[in-house]
Design a protein around this ligand. Structure first.
Ligand SMILES: *Cc1c(COP(=O)(O)O)cnc(C)c1O
Length: 378
């Protein structure tokens, strides 16, 4: 049978074909293969993972679930929502579980935005906001950054009658900037009620005590606010894919209509229950991060490199003046077995983003960076 000449070779809507797929941090095994390196010597500081790995409490909780994996997970996440309900002193009707908080961001776009309607987010904010907007055919409105962070007035001005969603990361990734609580609440209060604000707090657990704020109190007050959290960063569960949203019950009910029935697997639910209860692990993670951040700052200063002060578990650092600097230094680091994140795709071609690791990993990264920049090892 011959294939008719008129057979279409282009599929899908134009707004899907226009998507540039997400670029993930490179896996250790792939870099080892490509550069002929020993996997065990590679330092990965590319995806803002917890350098302590997963909490031992989560590992133990998962082992107990192994024999039950022949069954579907609890679609409603009863036990985990119970833990969240107690943690935040809210009914369990305020929580949506996600396959990572990435899932939460996409659920929000699908539940709230029609093709052609507007989604507002900042320049240099998380790449998934643009993807979530594009995959529903929304009009993506990127508001120029101010000092690498959010320009809240500019974002308010970008809102039009057809805007349905605003994504805002606090702290922001990949820049690490932070909007203080007072400015943030003033912003949320001014957003028109037909627009939903998704406040993405993926790095909330790393905030110093003096900067911490109670976004959950705002959720009680504002029906158009969704707070998103993840277990991938400070809680050390990135490989399991688990995050959650907090929103009023009417909003939560809407999100639940879009959510895949079994979007969060059994292991992830069990691990999250254990990790959320493991305040000791969380404290150790935050302390290690604070020390590692000081170590990286000192190293960058010694090398004369500009960096953006960070409120997360990573630092954005400028490694050269020319447009090829970030990509070039990235390759020089890869050859030395250090994986960081080039951010040219974010419009920051002179910069790289370095996740904060263990003290010896940070030291290895700084030594490799010195070698890359000066041809000399420390
Ligand atoms: C890492 C990250 C997330 C989501 O990560 P998940 O692993 O999908 O939970 C969300 N927002 C920001 C800003 C992030 O950096």
């Amino acid at each position: 049978m011959s294939i008719p000449a008129s057979r279409p070779s282009v599929f899908g809507p134009e707004y899907v074909r226009a998507i540039a797929p997400y670029i993930a941090g490179r896996p250790i095994s792939e870099v080892a293969r490509e550069y002929g390196l020993d996997e065990s010597k590679i330092v990965k500081l590319a995806s803002n993972e917890n350098p302590l790995g997963m909490p031992p409490s989560a590992r133990a909780a998962m082992l107990k679930e192994l024999d039950d994996l022949g069954r579907y997970p609890d679609s409603n996440g009863f036990v985990l929502k119970g833990v969240l309900a107690r943690k935040f002193d809210l009914p369990d009707t305020w929580f949506t579980l996600g396959n990572g908080s990435n899932d939460i961001l996409e659920i929000c776009a699908h539940a709230l935005v029609e093709p052609g309607q507007g989604v507002v987010y900042a320049q240099y904010s998380f790449a998934v906001y643009a993807l979530a907007a594009q995959e529903v055919g929304a009009r993506a409105v990127e508001v120029p950054a101010q000092a690498y962070g959010h320009d809240l007035d500019g974002m308010l001005q970008a809102i039009t009658p057809d805007t349905r969603l605003v994504f805002l990361a606090n702290p922001n990734n990949p820049t690490g900037t932070f909007v203080p609580a007072a400015a943030l609440e003033a912003f949320i209060a001014k957003v028109p009620s037909h627009v939903v604000v998704v406040l993405d707090e993926a790095y909330n657990e790393y905030l110093p005590v003096e900067d911490q704020y109670d976004a959950i109190a705002w959720v009680r007050k504002y029906p158009n606010l969704v707070v998103s959290r993840t277990l991938s960063k400070a809680y050390g569960l990135a490989g399991l894919r688990i995050g959650y949203a907090v929103a009023q019950p009417a909003m939560t009910d809407l999100l639940n209509r879009i959510r895949q029935p079994f979007n969060v697997n059994t292991m992830a639910q069990a691990a999250a229950v254990a990790a959320i209860g493991d305040t000791d692990f969380l404290q150790r993670s935050a302390a290690l991060n604070a020390a590692g951040k000081a170590q990286l700052y000192a190293g960058f200063e010694r090398l004369g490199l500009e960096y953006v002060p960070s409120y997360g578990n990573f630092v954005l650092v400028r490694v050269g003046e020319d447009e090829g600097a970030g990509a070039r230094v990235n390759v020089a680091l890869l050859k030395q077995g250090v994986i960081v994140r080039p951010v040219g795709n974010y419009g920051l071609p002179q910069w790289i983003r370095v996740s904060i690791g263990l003290p010896e990993e940070n030291a290895a990264c700084l030594a490799a960076l010195e070698q890359a920049l000066t041809g000399q090892s420390a």
